[in-house]
Structures are given as structure tokens and as C-alpha cells.
Design a protein around this ligand. Structure first.
Ligand SMILES: [Zn+2]
Length: 334
């Protein structure tokens, strides 16, 4: 597998640690969605399980472990993820994972677990993982993958060694996307819609999500300006099982926060103008609290709470936000 260029330094460091047999038992891969956490986790799992990886850490592709990995049936590679995107990881599944991690490895090498996304662990599920993170059995490597590590309990974070995944520069990301066959004119837009992660941008470019994400952001803009009914948007978003609107909103808010803190946008594209209005008018604390509420909504939507009410509530307060801001501006100008 050829890694995208921005992942090479991350991989080299991990592989050197692997070669020196100094890998920590628990690793927390953290970084924006679509920066390659899963790719590196799989490559490391393969390097640990293959009978004869080369010095660069590439699995041989010929041994029996490699053929199991290729078929997705290697008994020593355990992958834990929510049953459906956006739902939480169940405590029973964490317990089952911990139980299989204490058993000896089938192939006589490592036992490897990948938990993805780690922020889908609810508090109980996270707690049931603590003992395993603290006292793992020999030759066990647990990788937790998270785009929002701040949402993980501190008790989990402190037991893992963090591996940060950088967001590549805009020009490197666009160059890579173009090399993957994405139209150069579309690359930047997809990158922005996806929140900066090139792999996520590629997925956006290859699906119909580009149109739908752009449409959601236009709706948010109109709700903010008071020209579109938030309840209408809520009922439209209700019908979308992939939660495109909320996911796009989350990226958008995070980008607005970064922009506000850094003083300039991370990605300059024709869509930046839309975001600029938000950056200039909405208070930073409010952006943080809204981003938090959107993240909570994404988590709780999966757990069967009343989706429509949550969406309506969020969109109504977004609409109210613009009003409050214009009142504040009027008050200030007096
Ligand atoms: Zn192999």
C-alpha cells in the first residue's frame, strides 16, 4: 500500500518503535477525520501480525497471517466499532474485546485491537476498557482512533500514548486529491466540505455527498439569515440517515473556531465567504457551545432519543443566534 505523503513521517516513527520492540500497549491516534488514522492502524496491525514484514514495515503478503488479513478473518485482529455510523459502541462489545485480548494469540505473534471511532465509547464502555489499557497482556497493542480525542474520558486518554495525525497543507492535499483523479477545480471545495482531511475529501468527491453537503451549508446560512424556516430544514434532515447536515455543520463550526483563533481560514475556497459571516458575527464561546451541542446531537441521535426534537431545537437556536447578534450590533452602534 502506498501511503499518502503526509503520513510517511507518522509511519516511519511508529515503525521504528515497532522495530525496537518499544511500541506502547495503548496508542491513541488523534487527528481530523480523513487524515489517515485508519490506514496507519491497519498497516501497523499487518506489520505486527505478518510473519515476515520487511524493514519498512510492509507485510509480506504471502504468509498465512497475510492471507487471513486479506480475507478479513485474522483471529488476532479485533476491530471494535459502532454497529451503525453515529451510534455508540456497546459495553458488552468492549467486555468481549477485553476477554479475547487476555487469551493467547492464535498465530503466536501479537494480539491487536482497533477501536474506531474511540469517542463512540460511552462512559460505561470506556470505564470497562480501563483495566485492559492499564494492565494489558504481553504482546498486545490497542489502537484507539479519534477525530475528537477531547471527547474521550481523561482516564482513557492518560493511559494511551497519543500519536497526532497532522492535516496536510492545502496545496499538498489538493495535489494528492488531483493525483487520485479528482478534478482540480473540485478538490478544494471537497476538502473544505470534508473539514480538511484529504481522505474524507476523496470520499466526498466520489459520492453524491458534495452536492448534499453544500446544500446543507446553504440551508444553515439561510436559517442564520432568517430567510429559511428552521423547522423545514429539520424535517428535511430527518430523512437523511447519513446525517449529512449535522456532520457538515460540525466540520463547519470547527473550521469557524479554528479561523477565529488563527485569524485566517485554513482552507481558502469560494465557500470561505459563507463562513466568514459566521466567523465575524458569532462569539467564539457560542461557537464552542454550539459545536458541543451538534456533537452531542450526533451521538444521541443514534441512541433513539427523539431526533426531530433535537434537530429542531438546534436549528431554532441557530436561527435565534443571528437575531441576537444583530440586536447586539444595533445596541453597540447606539
Ligand atoms: Zn505476511
Amino acid at each position: 500500500m502506498i501511503l499518502p505523503p503526509w503520513l510517511n513521517p507518522v509511519w516511519q516513527r511508529l515503525n521504528e518503535t515497532r522495530l525496537r520492540e518499544r511500541l506502547p500497549h495503548a496508542l491513541l491516534f488523534s487527528g481530523t477525520a480523513g487524515t489517515g488514522k485508519q490506514m496507519i492502524a491497519e498497516q501497523l496491525a499487518h506489520a505486527l501480525l505478518c510473519a515476515a514484514p520487511d524493514a519498512a514495515g510492509h507485510a509480506c503478503g504471502k504468509c498465512s497471517a497475510c492471507s487471513w488479513l486479506l480475507a478479513g478473518t485474522h483471529p488476532d485482529l479485533l476491530v471494535l466499532q459502532p454497529e451503525e455510523a453515529g451510534k455508540s459502541i456497546k459495553i458488552d462489545d468492549v467486555r468481549a474485546l477485553c476477554n479475547s485480548l487476555v487469551m493467547t494469540s492464535h498465530a503466536g505473534r501479537y494480539k491487536v485491537a482497533i477501536i474506531h471511532p474511540a469517542e463512540a465509547l460511552n462512559i460505561n464502555a470506556a470505564n470497562s476498557l480501563l483495566k485492559t489499557l492499564e494492565e494489558p497482556t504481553e504482546r498486545t497493542v490497542i489502537m484507539l482512533l479519534s477525530a475528537r480525542p477531547g471527547r474521550l474520558p481523561a482516564t482513557v486518554r492518560s493511559r494511551c500514548q497519543q500519536v497526532p495525525f497532522p492535516v496536510p497543507t492545502q496545496s499538498l492535499a489538493c495535489e494528492w486529491l488531483t493525483a487520485q483523479g479528482v478534478d482540480p477545480g473540485v478538490a478544494l471545495r471537497c476538502l473544505q466540505l470534508a473539514g480538511g482531511g484529504p481522505l474524507a475529501a476523496l470520499e466526498v468527491a466520489r459520492s453524491d455527498r458534495e452536492q448534499r453537503l453544500a446544500q446543507s451549508l446553504r440551508q444553515l446560512q439561510q436559517v442564520f439569515e432568517g430567510t429559511l424556516d428552521p423547522l423545514k430544514v429539520a424535517s428535511e434532515w430527518m430523512a437523511d440517515q447519513e446525517q449529512t447536515g449535522l456532520l457538515g455543520w460540525q466540520n463547519w463550526l470547527e473550521e469557524a473556531i479554528r479561523w477565529k483563533i488563527a485569524g485566517s481560514p485554513r482552507i481558502e475556497s469560494p465557500d470561505s465567504a459563507q463562513l466568514q459571516q459566521i466567523v465575524e458575527t458569532v462569539d467564539c464561546r457560542l461557537l464552542f457551545s454550539l459545536a458541543d451541542r451538534v456533537a452531542n446531537a450526533l451521538n444521541s441521535l443514534g441512541s433513539g432519543l427523539n431526533r426531530q426534537l433535537i434537530l429542531e431545537d438546534l436549528l431554532i437556536s441557530w436561527a435565534g443566534q443571528a437575531k441576537r447578534d444583530s440586536m447586539r450590533r444595533i445596541a453597540r452602534s447606539r
